[in-house]
Design a protein around this ligand. Structure first.
Ligand code: SF4
Length: 183
């Protein structure tokens, strides 16, 4: 038996890649950034783009909002879409294009790891950023790297002390700054 409160999610790992203190705050203080107006707008845009996946070059069937849970990693998430019958492509849809998207790639690879664990061979990861499409092969090396990151995130959120991090320009606009032990 599991609940969302005791499993790690791709969101935690994505935030860990961005700043490891953020998932530590979320787990230890229970705070999450409230939804902003642009997030609400983005949600509707994202929904429209998900509907258009049928028109893109993905192998059917296309399953939307796929719930995935790995007992082994105590990791769970809802993938935006998973395509293909035997060899899967995992798809993450963001409403708008971004200049920096490495943390989204990290999140997507966590979904790829979940898909590999739960559904079987997962060969590609697709990130849709507005009208742009980024594709990556899901290699053994990428999966191993993602597993290491999941384990590091687990260790960070379960630690009594906040993880070490480098303060940088991103701290200036960080919503979590008010709870951050380094400020
Ligand atoms: S203020 Fe900086 S160090 Fe603190 S949580 Fe935000 S990004 Fe991380």
């Amino acid at each position: 038996m599991w609940s969302w409160s005791n499993v790690l999610t791709p969101w935690d790992v994505k935030q860990y890649a961005y700043c490891p203190v953020i998932p530590w705050i979320a787990w230890n203080y229970g705070f999450r950034e409230p939804e902003t107006y642009s997030m609400v707008r983005g949600r509707e845009e994202r929904r429209q783009r998900l509907l258009k996946l049928q028109e893109m070059d993905f192998t059917p069937p296309i399953r939307i909002d796929v719930q995935l849970y790995s007992q082994r990693f105590k990791l769970a998430g809802v993938a935006d879409a998973i395509t293909g019958g035997r060899r899967h492509t995992v798809v993450e849809v963001k409403a708008f294009k971004r200049k920096k998207y490495n943390h989204f790639r990290v999140q997507l690879m966590v979904y790829a790891l979940l898909s590999e664990e739960v559904l079987g061979p997962t060969i590609r990861a697709a990130l849709i950023l507005g009208s742009r499409l980024k594709l990556w092969d899901v290699t053994l090396e990428a999966l191993m790297e993602t597993k290491r990151l999941v384990l590091k995130t687990r260790a960070a959120v379960e630690s009594e002390r906040p993880p070490r991090t480098q303060l940088s320009g991103k701290c200036l606009s960080c919503w979590y700054r008010r709870f951050c032990p380094y400020h």
